[in-house]
Design a protein around this ligand. Sequence first.
Ligand SMILES: Nc1ncnc2c1ncn2[C@@H]1O[C@H](COP(=O)(O)OP(=O)(O)OP(=O)(O)O)[C@@H](O)[C@H]1O
Length: 276
Amino acid sequence: MPTADPPPVLHTFGLDCAVGAGRGRRVILRDVALTVAAGEVVGLIGPNGGGKTTLLRTLSGALPPARGQVLLHGRPLHRLTARQTAREVALVAQEPSGELALSVAETVLLGRTPHLGMLQRQSRHDEEIAERALREVGVHHLAPQEVSSLSGGERQRVMIARALAQEATCLLLDEPTNHLDIGFQHQVLQLLRGLRITTVVVLHDLNLAARYCDRLLLLDDGGVRASGRPDDVLAPDLLDEVYGVGADPVAASDGTAQLLFRREARPPSTPKEHRP
Ligand SMILES: Nc1ncnc2c1ncn2[C@@H]1O[C@H](COP(=O)(O)OP(=O)(O)OP(=O)(O)O)[C@@H](O)[C@H]1O
């Protein structure tokens, strides 16, 4: 008997995403269709306030869907316990919270928490996984230092190491290249690609998104404006419409398509319908 293909790691249908509660509740995105297969790297792009973080938080289970569902390995995310979700999904938020008083080593070891039983302490095995994650991200030398003493870029890499220590099957990263110098931006994205873990990553740099993502989802005006291969999504006409910036595609020496942005840009405060 033929075996059925495994379900995608992430799948949404009829998904509306909202923030706030009660009378302050606001639907930010409507009808988001997203399917992420095992090992794929999908980039979320779009202008400020377009809903990238809101979608990422909904995919992580931190925000409940306003409508529709998120399926994780074919199972409705809202039916999983926080612990079950944390074994499968690691979210690296834009700003770390709460870990600043801990050392780097302790922070990364926290990534093992979903794998421990009640009152169970981390074992040597957990410490080895945490040490490997620190090495993979190139911050092993910072292990004894307090997170509060790190630079923005070092802190960012520690948070990625913690996500790796979590050994989740799906990584969700909100602007992981924020604060990183150009060398580390490429290093971190190369590392993520090399891990072959299913990844959804918010990126503002469209050239990094083109280079490192298999597919892109462009969020704007309350929904998905385009999705598909980077070459298709990063079409100059669409970028002009969404960002108000002219872009010329050029071939990089390694053959990947990159964008050269023109200097003139429409003022971002001009509503789109009134732009020249
Ligand atoms: N808790 C909240 N209450 C009310 N509005 C919110 C809340 N969180 C986010 N928003 C609003 O939701 C919209 C989408 O925000 P979101 O952070 O998802 O956008 P983004 O695409 O990640 O933006 P950026 O590129 O600037 O990080 C914004 O208009 C934002 O002000």
